[in-house]
Design a protein around this ligand. Structure first.
Ligand code: 5AD
Ligand code: SF4
Length: 435
């Protein structure tokens, strides 16, 4: 989400004549786009800002700014108390960023932290380097108010971008040779604009170009409709990969979290998706050690992991966030117990991912080639529809952006290895099609 927002910010600043500096030392303005979701995200930013403050001592005219969720939450601390930054601009005020930078250049503090009910940056052209993968934020904010989560407070109310503007953006990306678009939102399934829902949006995006893969993230189980599952099933270029955060397997904890579904309801969605798409993969988010979580509640979470067998999971220790409902609950699971439960969950996921990858040995998969593998130029890497990385020996005729088939011959929990078997489609770039 922040990656996509940064591209919007770059689009706004480039239109005003700003250029991207090649190094930190060359920059006149340094902007740090921040996240407040868990405490360690904020701690990391404080560390980074400390380093920037030292850099500024040797370069007093440099402007340092904080963008994103921390701006709203910690403006006083950052500007008045710690005097770390010259401007703070929240996620709905980026249009005015050039103004705030001017204010800061004149020696004042640029502060814009109001949240908006309507801002979607619909008409802003995000600045993107050429590449294969793009992220498009299709809705902003969240109205779900899960009790542990700060997002509804830092990013405000839900609002959606128009379907036509999103489709137009994908047309341009397709002509530029992009091969994969991820539609982003805190809760994409509640997308709603001019009578179109998220399934309508996915369909409209899928038909732009059959060689542009469509992904999406994140889904809330309450809003994931049968219509959406049918749409995913119908289009080959919509990836059969659903990130569906469960958070906990215990109905008591889910209720305390205000997740608005029971685990039985969650299973119904998983089962319906698998019936329609036998190869669909799932990933999830899990929180260990929510207030009052018992050993039995923890075992319920383990049970869900064993039943669903996720391809991947993002797993976190509960972290109290000021202003949320859960902040008022006792954070009563001792740190050591939280850590132990988290480790159990991580170990289990590791072995499930490994087992699922072993099962793919001998199978043929279509992958989108992304380029050289990180470890060696003699190997290339690409991703399957289900978002798994496959490494294969470099081939003369294969380039980044091609769709190829590989046969899997080995797998760890994180990576698959395979052999090239053939080209499905070469990448075509035709910028002259761009109006
Ligand atoms: N503590 C721990 N994890 C959290 N998440 C959100 N808020 C918190 C918190 N206070 C996790 C949830 C969410 C993911 C993006 O971050 O699992 O799905
Ligand atoms: Fe946070 Fe819940 Fe909204 Fe996700 S759905 S952003 S966890 S409030």
């Amino acid at each position: 989400m922040n990656f996509a927002d940064t591209e919007v910010v770059l689009g706004i600043l480039k239109a005003k004549g700003y250029e991207i500096a090649q190094t930190l030392e060359q920059a006149n303005v340094v902007l740090v786009n921040t996240c407040s979701i868990r405490e360690n995200a904020e701690q990391r930013i404080y560390g980074r800002l400390g380093n920037l403050k030292t850099l500024k001592e040797g370069k007093p005219d440099m402007i340092i700014g904080v963008l994103g969720c921390m701006a709203e939450r910690l403006r006083k601390d950052l500007i008045e108390e710690k005097k770390m930054v010259d401007l703070v601009v929240g996620p709905d005020e980026y249009r005015r960023l050039p103004e705030y930078i001017d204010i800061a250049f004149h020696g004042d503090k640029g502060i814009g932290v109001r949240l908006s009910k309507t801002e979607t940056y619909d008409d802003i052209v995000p600045y993107r380097e050429d590449g294969l993968q793009a992220w498009i934020s299709v809705m902003r904010g969240c109205d779900k108010f899960c009790t542990y989560c700060v997002v509804p407070f830092t990013r405000g109310r839900e609002r959606s971008r128009s379907l036509l503007s999103i489709v137009d953006e994908i047309k341009v990306l397709s002509a530029r040779g992009f091969r994969e678009v991820t539609l982003l939102g805190q809760n994409v399934n509640s997308y709603s604009c001019e009578g179109y829902d998220f399934a309508d949006l996915m369909e409209a995006c899928a038909i732009v170009d059959p060689f542009v893969r469509i992904r999406f993230s994140t889904s809330h189980p309450q809003d994931l409709s049968m219509k959406l599952l049918q749409t995913i099933a119908r289009y080959d270029n919509i990836c059969k990969y659903i990130h569906l955060p469960v958070q906990s397997g215990s109905n008591r904890i889910l209720e305390l979290m205000n997740r608005t579904y029971t685990i039985e309801k969650y299973y119904e969605i998983i089962d319906a998706a698998r019936e329609l798409m036998p190869d669909v993969s799932f990933s999830t988010d899990i929180i260990a050690g929510f207030p009052t979580e018992t050993w039995e509640d923890h075992l319920e979470t383990i049970k869900v992991m064993e039943r669903v067998r996720y391809d991947g999971a993002y797993m976190f220790k509960y972290s109290p966030r000021e202003g949320t409902k859960a902040y008022k609950m006792p954070d009563d699971v001792p740190e050591g117990v939280k850590g132990k439960r988290l480790q159990d969950i991580i170990d289990l996921q590791h072995s499930i991912s490994s087992e699922l990858n072993q099962k793919l040995i001998g199978k043929s998969e279509v992958i989108l080639v992304e380029g050289e593998s990180k470890k060696s130029g003699a190997f290339f890497a690409g991703r399957t529809d289900s978002n798994k990385m496959v490494i294969f020996p470099r081939q003369q005729n294969v380039e980044a952006g091609d769709y190829i088939t590989v046969t899997i011959n080995r797998g760890t929990s994180a990576t698959l290895f395979g052999d090239y078997t053939g080209i499905v489609a070469k990448r075509a770039v035709n910028s002259s099609d761009v109006a």
